[in-house]
Design a protein around this ligand. Structure first.
Ligand code: NBP
Length: 475
């Protein structure tokens, strides 16, 4: 046994993770169900480091130093269970199985319990950054036992992305915590992308600007608070010209966004936890609307009753959109971090939200300058109930409020759909309201369902006899 780490599942992701380990000087055992993939990895990249090639799972396991560390990087779902079932009888007490695929956290909770009964550590790990990240440094979100992190963590930190020399990998929490955080990361990514798309649409319709011109605006934005991978790639995509037609590339792409499902998972979980993640939900539904072809066909040409968007000062308008984008983005992140806090409390995961923002600064799709500000906010107050209430963010959003309101009102008046911008503003106004019309909703619930209500002026739970003499009783 001489390999320090093993990777089984050598499609794009596993292959690149294995190469990443090898390039960092580790001896890497490699295995794949169909041997060809394993053989070609070593044939093509064997020179990058020290690989131990095995055809059978038994040889692969035997080639690993103890405690064995096996990274499973196969298709999420049944394939992961199949590989685990094959691995378990070959492993020994204290060995570590790392599922680096995109598992749903509930599967991870189930698998972690099952492997614990076998004396094994199961580490459900979020890995973000796609192919490129896997090879050159992803953001890594490992769950499982703290004990497993002691031997596994240093290897994962070594191959992760680094920002200011700090690894984009840290222990997240027990059980399904790692995959949960990865799920919310993806949900936030949905929100971020939708907000950027809305900003683009506003600029396009408000200014009548070309895609390339808007690309320049995004490139400029990338030099300020909005600096991020997604803004940078947006600038790049918008300036790209389609070779076949000579048109702006974005103009020849069909306007129907697809999804692999992690946004949906995040929204479902938000509903289960009762956490209003409206930014992520609007983004997920916006993709669904874009793909609702029969509805869009039937709806095209519905009356609009809009007015022309008169942009008098081009620069001021661009700045309004920028500030509205930033404020909406803060709301989406604030909501996502609430979701992490709620799940962490419910499952006893003890997740440090500031550390999550820190490990998202590099390697992953939502990497951004402003994540530093989030880490700082949770360092000031680890139990912060609302990111928007951190002094830095309160001030940052306040500075853009007038712009945000102008943009959302202007969009409504001229008929530009901005579900994520407007719902973020509605959330902001809701969360800062001292009194909400929920009082009426609760009164109605008591009226027709005898669901009772509480009063603002005294303790207790009450019901009014609505169908009788309307006397109030304490229940
Ligand atoms: P795929 O998701 O396409 O899975 C292909 C791999 O799964 C191959 O190695 C294949 O073996 C193996 N496999 C299958 Br399918 N069924 C199997 C079974 N019953 N037993 C053993 N092996 C089986 O690979 P990927 O795109 O590299 O992604 C790997 C994981 O990483 C997924 O969970 C994915 O969601 C996640 N992820 C992907 C990205 C990305 O950007 N692609 C990013 C982050 C996370 P074979 O070669 O013998 O068919």
């Amino acid at each position: 046994a001489r390999a320090q780490i093993g990777v089984t599942g050598l499609a794009v992701m596993g292959r690149n993770l294995a190469r990443n380990f090898a390039r960092h000087g580790y001896t890497v055992a490699v295995h794949n169900r169909s041997f060809d993939r394993a053989r070609s990895l070593v044939a093509e990249h064997g020179g990058e480091g020290d690989f131990v090639l095995s055809e059978s799972m038994a040889d692969f396991v035997a080639s690993l130093e103890r405690p064995r560390k096996v990274v499973v990087m196969v298709k999420a779902g049944a394939a992961t269970d199949a590989v685990i079932d094959e691995l378990v009888p070959l492993l020994e007490d204290g060995d570590i199985v790392v599922d680096a695929g995109n598992a749903h956290f509930s599967d991870t909770i189930r698998r972690e319990r099952a492997l614990r009964d076998h004396g094994l550590h199961f580490v459900g790990t979020g890995v973000s950054g796609g192919e490129e990240g896997a090879l050159n440094g992803p953001s890594i979100m490992p769950g499982g036992t703290r004990e497993s992190y002691e031997s596994l963590g240093p290897l994962l930190e070594e191959i992760s992305a680094k920002v200011d020399g700090v690894p984009c990998c840290t222990y997240v929490g027990p059980g399904g915590a790692g995959h949960f955080v990865k799920m919310v990361h993806n949900g936030i990514e949905y929100a971020d992308m939708q907000l950027i798309a809305e900003a683009y649409d506003l600029l396009r319709r408000g200014l009548g600007a070309s895609a390339a011109e808007i690309g320049e605006i995004f490139a400029e934005w990338n030099r300020g608070d909005l600096e991020s991978f997604l803004i940078e790639t947006t600038a790049d995509v918008l300036r790209h010209v389609d070779a076949a037609t000579g048109q702006a590339f974005v103009d020849v792409v069909l306007d129907q966004a697809e999804q692999k499902g992690t946004g949906r998972w995040t929204v479902k979980n938000g509903l289960d936890l009762g956490v209003p993640i409206t930014g992520i939900a609007e983004a997920t539904f916006a993709r669904a609307l874009s793909g609702s072809v029969p509805q869009r066909t039937a709806g095209a040409g519905l009356p609009a009753h809009t007015r022309e968007w008169e942009v008098k000062d081009r620069e001021a308008f661009v700045e309004d959109v920028r500030l509205a984008l930033y404020a909406s983005k803060v709301v989406a992140y604030s909501q996502g971090f609430d979701q992490i806090a709620a799940a962490s409390a419910e499952n006893g995961w003890g997740i440090d939200r500031g550390a999550m923002a820190r490990i998202w600064r590099g390697g992953c799709i939502i990497r951004a300058r402003f994540l530093d500000r989030i880490t700082e906010a949770y360092e000031r107050d680890a139990g912060l109930p609302l990111l928007l209430a951190d002094p830095y963010f309160t001030e940052a959003v306040a500075g853009g409020l007038a712009s945000w309101r102008r943009v959302v009102a202007g969009a409504a008046g001229s008929g530009v759909p901005v579900p994520a911008f407007s719902s973020s503003l509605a959330y902001y106004d809701g969360v800062r309201a001292r009194r909400l019309p929920a009082a009426l909703v609760q009164a109605q619930r008591d009226f027709f369902g005898a669901h009772t209500y509480k009063r603002v002026d005294r303790d207790g739970t009450f019901h009014t006899d609505w169908s009788g003499d309307r006397t109030e009783t304490e229940v």
